[in-house]
Design a protein around this ligand. Structure first.
Ligand code: SF4
Length: 481
């Protein structure tokens, strides 16, 4: 398949991708390895389970864990649960739960499972939509509690990530999810981390109760523009997503006030909320996605927005684009842009605007911004403000802090910058620190003298160019309706 694409690309784009001895492109090989690792992970999971679960429950678990894996909004907790008398276990102090990731970026230290993958909705992008002919299963409330406790006691997991398809109505489903988290905390004395997906459209009372037992709750936005959401998920709208978000936020803020007055007031969703957006399933640009993220980060309880490259699970649906592989590079660029907003003091309109509605796949968003704004440089490392230093490509938050702290003791030179972990390959074109020279002891020419157009190819590795080219070739345009 990939050989055919490579040949086609030769004719249409005059590009030939290098193939390995299996006849695959680098990206196709990477995808194959990821799938193999996922298979291994599932095998290991089954091995761990087989001594304590009946075959029937194990089969249900396998189906439901498989169905849950497309939700990526679960990797971080940020909450602490220290060991308490009468409770079972704790979460790791300071940074919340320890978590590891499968190669495809999915979190695996939580038991990530759905209560049921039956769903009365028919969201086009979802593997569990009602029109799909896939194996279906439902765990009972007690089965799920038992599995969680057994895994937790054996140290297979450190917490639970629980979601569900919508059966009967949102309240019926949410009631069952709430019963599980309530029983885990009150009956089984489970003191691990719980991330609960809230069901859009569920009642305020159920959300309020669930929030008392869960560490984090999330509602997925999925698609940033309502008309696109309506097109792919006709039963959903933004109102049904933003309303529970508002309720959770209100609960968290009220709880904060209560805890100021009563130190031992029970906590409400202490790890805040998160959400997820699907990338590449609709025509939304990175600008639409990042503007939505930026407004969500303006809410005090929103901790993380996750971006999930659309995996073509329902290829038969004409409303969806034909993607040969998930847009992983784009997903990565969105995460980088997200970090710029959260930690590098960038405003969203500095990263994307009308003229640059999509992020550059060849260079990271910070470098892209620097190349568009050569007038901002060079930044003098020894005198510039912290927030200016943060904007230099190749300098991260840690190195920027080190630079600002070290210059109290003397001049910072390129030698020091290297020691601090600055990526000099990039940074050298954007800074001055006295004695920057190249391999032939010639002074480094900065971005302004060199001009951004000539600097860009020097900073983009050939591998990056090929990867971006491959991604562009492998995705076909949306068909006009
Ligand atoms: S409601 Fe959730 S589980 Fe059901 S089809 Fe939509 S995305 Fe899938």
């Amino acid at each position: 398949m990939f050989r055919r694409i490579s040949i086609l690309s030769f004719y249409f784009f005059n590009i030939r991708l290098p193939l390995n001895n299996r006849g695959e492109t680098k990206l196709a090989a990477k995808l194959r390895i990821k799938m193999k690792n996922e298979e291994r992970r599932m095998k290991k999971f089954s091995y761990l389970c087989k001594n304590m679960l009946t075959d029937k429950t194990l089969e249900k678990l396998r189906i439901l864990a498989e169905s849950a894996k497309y939700d990526v909004s679960c990797s971080s907790s940020g909450t602490v649960r220290s060991g308490r008398k009468g409770m079972v276990g704790n979460t790791v102090g300071g940074v919340g739960i320890c978590h590891s990731f499968a190669d495809d970026g999915r979190c695996i230290s939580l038991l990530k499972v759905m209560l049921t993958n039956h769903c009365k909705y028919d969201c086009a992008y979802c593997i569990n939509r009602r029109s799909n002919d896939i194996p279906r299963a439902t765990l009972s409330v007690s089965e799920l509690e038992e599995i969680t406790m057994e895994f937790y006691r054996r140290n297979y997991i450190e917490g639970l990530f629980l979601s569900s398809g919508v059966v009967r109505n949102p309240d019926y489903t949410m009631e069952r999810l709430t019963a599980i988290v309530r029983d885990l905390r009150t009956v089984h004395r489970f003191n691990g981390y719980i991330h609960l997906k809230s069901i859009p459209g569920a009642s305020r009372e159920l959300l309020a109760e669930a929030g008392r037992y869960a560490d984090r709750m999330s509602v997925n936005i999925e698609i940033p523009r309502e008309e696109s959401l309506k097109l792919l998920a006709p039963e959903k709208d933004h109102q049904s997503v933003f309303q529970p978000m508002q309720l959770i936020q209100q609960g968290v803020l009220e709880n904060k006030e209560d805890r100021k007055k009563f130190r031992h007031a029970p906590r409400f969703v202490p790890a805040g909320q998160s959400t997820q957006m699907i990338v590449g399933a609709t025509k939304e640009t990175d600008r639409d996605i990042l503007f939505m993220s930026s407004s969500l980060y303006g809410q005090p309880t929103m901790r993380r927005v996750y971006y999930s490259g659309y995996v073509s699970v329902n290829t038969y649906d004409p409303r969806l684009p034909v993607l040969k592989q998930p847009p992983l590079v784009r997903e990565n660029r969105l995460y980088q842009a997200d970090w710029l907003m959260r930690f590098y003091q960038f405003k969203v309109d500095e990263i994307v605007d009308d003229a640059h509605a999509n992020l550059d796949l060849d260079v990271d968003p910070k470098l892209g911004w620097a190349l568009r704004h050569p007038e901002f440089f060079p930044v003098d490392i020894n005198t510039a403000a912290y927030e200016h230093i943060l904007r230099v490509p190749g300098i991260g938050v840690k190195s920027a802090n080190l630079i600002v702290n070290s210059r109290r003791f003397g001049r910072v030179t390129s030698f020091h910058l290297k020691k601090m972990g600055v990526v000099m390959k990039k940074a050298k074109y954007f800074i001055t620190c006295g004695e920057l020279t190249d391999a032939y002891s010639q002074p480094i020419v900065g971005v302004n003298e060199l001009h951004p157009e000539r600097l860009r190819p020097l900073l983009v590795s050939k591998a990056q160019q090929k990867r971006a080219a491959a991604e562009q070739q492998l995705s076909l345009e949306f068909e006009e309706e």
